[in-house]
Design a protein around this ligand. Sequence first.
Ligand SMILES: Nc1ncnc2c1ncn2[C@@H]1O[C@H](COP(=O)(O)OP(=O)(O)O)[C@@H](O)[C@H]1O
Ligand SMILES: [Mg+2]
Length: 266
Amino acid sequence: MSNGKVILEGKSINKIFGHGASSVHAVNNVDFKFHEGEIISIVGESGSGKTTLAKMILGLIPATSGDLYFNDTKRDIKSFKNRKNYWENVQAVFQDPFSSFNEFYKVETLLTNCLDLRNEKQSKQERMDKMREACFFVNLDFDEIRNKHPFELSGGQMQRVMIARIFLIHPKVLIADEPTSMIDACSRANILEMLMKLRDENQMTIVFITHDLGLAYYVSDTVYIMERGEIVEKGDAESVIATPSHRYTKQLINDVPKLHEPWDLT
Ligand SMILES: Nc1ncnc2c1ncn2[C@@H]1O[C@H](COP(=O)(O)OP(=O)(O)O)[C@@H](O)[C@H]1O
Ligand SMILES: [Mg+2]
């Protein structure tokens, strides 16, 4: 559970792609406050601006306007050193795990790079132990996969490598853009369980970006509903789902009719 300390804050974040008549206001005056250990879902249909917002939070694309604060300090990632420091704290797992890795790197290199990001003095043996531990955490055998390339692994294994990276980097904030869409329901539950465990152990903040209101309801403390670039409703997951106030939220709930009813498992 969250301890109430704000870790990441966005104030009037805007992103406009293009100019003039053909411009797209992809993210429109978005405000948010994410707390330590909080699980947040940003829910909206395809095209509502979720990924654009995620990319700005990660500092992969610049905002057209607005300010971002990390740990009460205005974010400044102009220099490489500051960027590296920010990415030690704010990390992502993306929809398609294969797109987020350098395909020429072996798993061992992908994991070594995470240790390098943290700048800790470690012996070769300590590093090996850490990587083994990270793989164990996600049910992978390090010695079996260390010399493999991403294309030699299954989608599910790649997802696990992605979470092993998060285990090694242990960022303060993790943005998970549709993290479970590629894998079957069973591994999906596993992946969520692993992420929750990381949250519990490190007070990590997790931001799920999804079109799946069901997922949002079951995993998150706080839900942000996004429609055409705007946050139209936000609040604790329970009350947003039980007593939605915005038309768009009601519409999303109607698309998942059984959501607010208890499951009948008898
Ligand atoms: N690089 C880009 N150039 C122009 N328009 C973009 C770009 N990226 C996203 N958009 C537009 O911004 C809107 C929001 O897209 P996106 O953030 O990907 O939504 P979501 O992740 O919710 O599906 C869409 O209309 C999309 O076409
Ligand atoms: Mg998207």
